[in-house]
Design a protein around this ligand. Structure first.
Ligand SMILES: [Cu+2]
Length: 200
């Protein structure tokens, strides 16, 4: 066994983060990242998909490692024209129809607000990160991040309804122990409306 494998198994624990509103309600679609000197990102870099179905993007929020490609398959009978003006990764996928797909590679970290030129109500967000651990909260407001290396870590939480710039995050610290498991509750204030739009 190599030293690296020993390190990963012996000094890493699972971290549970719960994101809540001040009134205690769970906040879904928050991107939780933990930064630190990991050997490699634990995020998958292939098979990343943001589909178009029933005139909506799915998932609404996706987190991907920098350098990854995301495919945008169209499962609707109507054509979509998917684009972003976001400085972190502007792109345009001109009208394409049912059963077709396109893909985009994201090489800068930041927030990509995704829209459709035909259907204004279609909106989604891609967060591109260098953090070794990241996930999107489920409807219970929870992420489980596996095998986080022990040490003092920085947790960042991002949400599309967060006040501030498209890249505004709420940061906090977490001491990750060498064994056991750890959980943390993060309180986040979000607005009723999206703070920014793909066309901005
Ligand atoms: Cu569309």
């Amino acid at each position: 066994m190599t030293c690296l494998a020993m390190h990963a198994s012996a000094w890493a624990v699972d971290v549970r983060v719960e994101v809540k509103a001040p009134n205690g309600e769970p906040i879904a679609n928050a991107v939780v990242t933990i930064s630190g000197p990991a050997v490699a990102s634990s995020l998958r870099s292939d098979g990343l998909v943001m589909q178009q179905k029933d005139l909506a993007f799915s998932p609404f929020v996706l987190v991907v490692p920098r350098g990854a490609s995301v495919s945008f398959p169209n499962f609707d009978q109507t054509r979509h024209h998917v684009y972003s003006f976001s400085p972190a990764g502007p792109f345009e996928l001109k009208l394409y129809g049912a059963g077709e797909t396109r893909s985009v590679r994201f090489t800068k970290t930041g927030t990509i607000a995704v829209g459709c030129n035909i259907h204004d109500q279609m909106t989604a967000f891609i967060r591109v990160t260098d953090a070794p651990w990241a996930a999107v909260t489920d409807k219970m407001g929870v992420v489980e991040l596996r095998n986080v290396d022990a040490g003092d870590r920085l947790i960042e939480v991002w949400h599309p309804q967060q006040k501030g710039s498209p890249d505004a995050t709420l940061t906090s610290t977490l001491a990750v122990p060498a064994s056991g498991r750890v959980s943390k509750v993060v309180q986040l204030t979000v607005r009723n409306q999206l703070d920014f739009h793909p066309a901005y």
